[in-house]
Design a protein around this ligand. Structure first.
Ligand code: AP5
Length: 208
């Protein structure tokens, strides 16, 4: 199964991908996680994209496309993958179409007012990327990762100003992909405003 998760920031793509990758036995490829890992490891790519991510803007297409091309060529992707956060622009979608066929593009639908609530309360484990929410999905011990006990962090782009910018970028550059993929007959729309377990059930039903 080769699928793309599409939807505004905070729609729950990463949260649901964590369950879907186990269920379907395919890797979860988050371009945001790949960039954040490069930033953490202070690679050349990480230094190049650090300020772009913090502001909520998009990394240039050429850089992002090459990163994904290399990642999906790895052996663990031979039976499929979940692409989360890619493509985000029409040129990225055109490039992906040249790399591979897709089975489905899942559109996570959520009112934009809900996005701010979800993102401002999000906390994550810096080494594993495990995602929490201070109200909707709190860790067992306040501020600590459930498995390793590491301190949880707030992403720099989860500050209110960056959230607003990310939403504008989504509306201008990424939302047009819904029509792009609808025209190709690939879109599966799911209600992402309900509880994560219910969103996951809707995902499974939509992919039957
Ligand atoms: P990326 O990491 O992809 O960020 P995003 O798309 O903005 O998505 P998020 O990770 O913010 O949200 P999500 O939908 O995964 O929600 P989550 O599950 O965490 O990208 C970051 C940056 O990298 C971009 O801004 C850009 O700079 C760069 N980048 C990445 N890809 C790029 C590309 N292709 N081109 C160029 N640049 C690129 O959930 C959010 C919160 O809500 C959590 O706290 C969670 O616990 C909670 N939650 C989740 N589901 C529910 C639910 N059903 N009910 C209640 N709470 C929930």
């Amino acid at each position: 199964m080769r699928m793309v998760f599409l939807g505004p920031p905070g729609a729950g793509k990463g949260t649901i991908a964590a369950s879907a990758k186990e269920y379907y036995g395919i890797p979860h490829i988050s371009t945001g996680d790949l960039f954040r890992s490069n930033i953490k490891n202070e690679t050349e790519l990480g230094l190049q994209v650090k300020s772009i991510l913090a502001s909520g803007g998009l990394v240039p297409d050429s850089v992002t496309i090459e990163m994904v091309r290399n990642r999906i060529a790895e052996p663990d992707c031979k039976n499929g993958f979940i692409l989360d956060g890619f493509p985000r622009t029409i040129p990225q979608a055109d490039a992906l179409a040249e790399m591979t066929d897709l089975d489905a593009v899942v559109d996570f639908q959520i009112p934009k007012e809900e996005v701010v609530k979800r993102l401002s309360g999000r906390r994550m484990c810096p080494s594993s990327g495990r995602i929490y929410h201070v109200i909707f999905n709190p860790p067992k011990v306040d501020g600590k990762d459930d498995e390793t006990g590491e301190d949880l962090i707030q992403r720099p782009d989860d500050k209110e100003e960056a959230i607003m910018h990310r939403l504008e970028v989504y509306t201008e550059q990424t939302e047009p992909l819904i029509k792009y993929y609808r025209d190709k007959g690939l879109i599966k729309e799911i209600d992402a405003s309900v509880k994560p377990s219910e969103v996951f059930e809707l995902l499974k039903q939509s992919l039957c």
